[in-house]
Design a protein around this ligand. Structure first.
Ligand code: ADP
Ligand code: MG
Length: 698
């Protein structure tokens, strides 16, 4: 159970004064969770601060900077009755000059109280010259002499959402600060001293109530402490999951290579050296008595599927079963289709299970699975469902892991006794992040592409030259090649994504007629699959898509990839998309359509894509340029990334956190000692409490 000390932090945000249901909704949007709690606003750290300490005389005010001026109010000039929308102006002065304070849509009685004629007021905001007159439009703060002491000279600035003002967010954060209880220290005291880090509460206070302009930055001790907290929570949770998996000793699956040989013979190509190596590593790991928890990392098109199949075949040779889970229906079906002929050649019994298999067919699959008449089950999340029971599941293969959470991985592993887990990821996750997300997982990598692949010609084209792009597409279609056209990802709204894609679809149809098709995320599984199918078999040639085609789909005839508004995509995402072409024998092109002018960062990103097709390098660069969320596609997939840690700043703290976690658990495996009890608070605060349930289950 959650320690009751944490209750005030887990209370709904609407329990704070001044936050009703209406603001609650806006905060829900801002903090990206349905029911934001007090802790969530505390972890919404400032992005910067406003410094109001400059106190010039009016004559010395530097335009467009934030100043606090002491002035005497001279007169009010409300808008004339015939122009009620005109600004309300208030004239004020000091011994060196005059200033006009300008308000729009302000109430007269309010302003008369705020700035009474003849009185002295301290006014803080940004001043500028209009027609040679010093003006301040909507001062941020107005206080009397008596209240001057309460004027915050340094104020935090927060990321906002439409409808939510800075002041409201500040007040919420301020109120939340007062709710932080005195918590037991979960970090090692000596380590804290050595790092010169404050306590959890002091760290949050230092950031939300900055004392000087440098106080709000990821490289401050306060921020670093919180980042370390977050890392430690994550590493502890991973270590607990891992320990739990190891505790149930593994069962070795030793194959005899007989089915593997059949598959290799049936393959129309020979394996690349790294496919062979990865395959051998996995076969060896499956044969060991410990449980396997392994990541198979390979760039798009590096051929992970066949390696996964060989892994499955090993346990099947040992008389057991395997499952292959894909994140989408399309991918599950594609895997199934790829594997089916090979399975047939080797005499494997396979089936597919997604949300679409229903009724008799489904019942039959489940029955065959339960009594061991199936060797390999391919599917989607549907594989998690309770009624799915294997006779003897030995290996769970999860494609595109980062779209699944740890608990889903656990759910699949629970479907058998000591299930080995192989995770396939097409995102070449940098090493630092492997550690973060997967803990001490073993890694196999596919670092080269199958032989014979031609480099992809990548070009950036401004939107103004879209006609050239359409012409190039026309030439490719005339050569009977296939073209993908990916439409912009419009933040936050699937609806507008779709509108954009539909509009482009209509336009391209005018050029190319029936050859054009559309596939998007709101289509039903069957319709999506049918559209992909028509494209794959050449019935259609130009596929307009939202990012549903992002992962995995394999159409070797595709030679052109157009990505509209490329500046809105993450590098790794473009790289994934680009990987959809260049799979066949013909030369391929990737056209990055962008809205000019490009910023420096966007230019740098496109340059990297032009320079290299090495997904590992691209991932490292992406991390450097954008931060971890985009690398993992986290923002698209809804998997929570880090809330306070910034991998590019705090990355070096990961390794110590990992070691710390292992040491803690070696001394106190069930977290019952004093520090262990304190750490339970930490796990709850960073929502890693799933791991605590494992302690009990053990
Ligand atoms: P990914 O790693 O992106 O999942 P896939 O497993 O889908 O890659 O493989 C991409 C394509 O490469 C498929 O068409 C597959 O048949 C082909 N392929 C895989 N391995 C080889 C190889 N060693 N030689 C030639 N083609 C291969
Ligand atoms: Mg794949």
């Amino acid at each position: 159970m959650r320690p009751s000390l944490l209750d005030p932090l887990f209370a709904s945000l609407t329990s704070l004064p001044g936050i009703g249901p209406k603001l609650g909704k806006l905060f829900a949007h801002l903090l990206d969770r349905e029911m934001p709690r007090v802790a969530d606003i505390l972890f919404h750290l400032p992005t910067g601060m406003i410094d109001r300490r400059a106190r010039p005389k009016l004559r010395d005010v530097a335009p467009d900077t934030i100043v606090t001026v002491a002035v005497t109010v001279e007169s009010h000039r409300p808008p004339p009755p015939n122009r009620p929308r005109a600004p309300y102006q208030i004239y004020a002065y000091d011994e060196t000059g005059t200033i006009t304070l300008t308000f729009f849509n302000a109430r007269r009685d309010y302003l008369e109280k705020l700035l009474p004629v003849g009185e002295r007021r301290y006014v803080s905001g940004t001043a500028a010259y209009y027609d040679g007159m010093l003006q301040m439009v909507h001062p941020d703060r107005v206080v009397s002499e008596a209240d001057l002491a309460s004027l915050p000279l340094i104020e935090p600035v927060y990321a906002l959402t439409e409808g939510l003002s800075l002041n409201v967010v500040r007040k919420a954060a301020e109120a939340a600060l007062t709710k932080i209880p005195t918590l037991p220290e979960w970090q090692d005291e000596a380590w804290l001293k050595q790092q010169d880090w404050p306590s959890f509460r002091d760290a949050l206070t230092a950031l939300h109530r900055p004392a000087d302009p440098g106080a709000v930055a990821p490289d401050t001790p306060a921020w670093a402490r919180l980042a370390y907290d977050e890392f430690l929570a994550g590493q502890l949770a991973l270590a607990l999951v891992r320990a739990n998996q190891k505790r149930l000793a593994g069962r070795p699956s030793v194959g005899d290579g007989r089915l593997k040989q059949k598959i290799l013979t049936a393959l129309p190509y020979s394996l690349t050296p790294s496919q062979t190596r990865a395959g051998d590593e996995i076969v060896a790991a499956l044969a060991r008595p410990e449980r396997m928890l392994r990541l198979l990392q390979g760039d798009v098109g590096s051929g992970k599927t066949v390696v996964a199949l060989l892994a499955a075949v090993t346990v099947i040779e040992a008389g057991r079963q395997a499952a292959l889970m894909a994140p989408t229906e399309i991918l599950a079906r594609q895997h199934f289709k790829t594997i089916a002929p090979l399975a047939e050649a080797a005499g494997l019994r396979i089936a597919i299970l997604t949300g679409r298999e229903r009724g008799k067919e489904r019942a039959e699959t489940l029955e065959r699975l339960g009594n061991g008449e199936l060797d390999l089950l391919v599917g989607t999340h549907a594989l998690f469902q309770d009624e799915v029971e294997f006779r003897d599941l030995a290996l769970a293969i999860v494609d595109e892991q980062h779209r699944f959470g740890v608990h889903q991985r656990l759910a699949l592993a629970r479907k058998g006794e000591a299930v080995d887990v192989l995770v396939l990821t097409a995102t070449p996750i940098p090493r630092t992040l492997v550690l973060t997300y997967f803990g001490d997982m073993d890694v196999s990598q596919l670092r080269e592409k199958p032989a014979g692949r031609l480099p992809i010609d990548t070009r950036a084209v401004p939107l103004g030259r879209i006609n050239d792009v359409v012409a190039a597409v026309g030439r490719a279609l005339a050569r009977t090649e296939r073209v993908y056209w990916v439409c912009p990802l419009v933040a936050e709204s699937e609806v507008s994504d779709l509108a954009a894609a539909e509009q482009r679809f209509a336009e391209l149809k005018q050029h190319f007629g029936e050859a054009v098709d559309l596939v998007h995320g709101q289509m039903k599984g069957t319709a999506k699959e049918a559209a992909m199918g028509r494209f794959a078999n050449g019935e259609t040639q130009l596929l307009v898509a939202t990012t549903v085609i992002e992962v995995g789909v394999d159409v070797p005839e595709a030679t052109v990839m157009v990505i509209e508004h490329a500046e809105r995509f993450g590098l790794a995402q473009i790289h994934q998309l680009r990987g959809r072409v260049g799979r066949g024998a013909k030369r391929s092109t990737c056209l990055l359509l962008y809205r000019a002018p490009l910023g420096e960062a966007a230019k740098a990103r496109i340059e990297i894509l032009r320079e290299t097709e090495d997904g590992f390098r691209i991932a490292e660069e992406d991390l450097r340029l954008r931060g971890e969320g985009d690398v993992l596609g986290v923002r698209q997939s809804g998997l929570p990334g880090f809330r306070v840690a910034r991998i590019e700043v705090h990355g070096p703290l990961l390794e110590p956190a990992r070691k710390d976690a292992l040491l803690i658990l070696s001394r106190d495996p069930t977290l019952i000692a004093d520090r262990g009890q304190a750490l339970r608070h930490l796990l709850y605060l960073f929502e890693r409490d799933e791991a605590i349930r494992l302690l009990r289950a053990g």
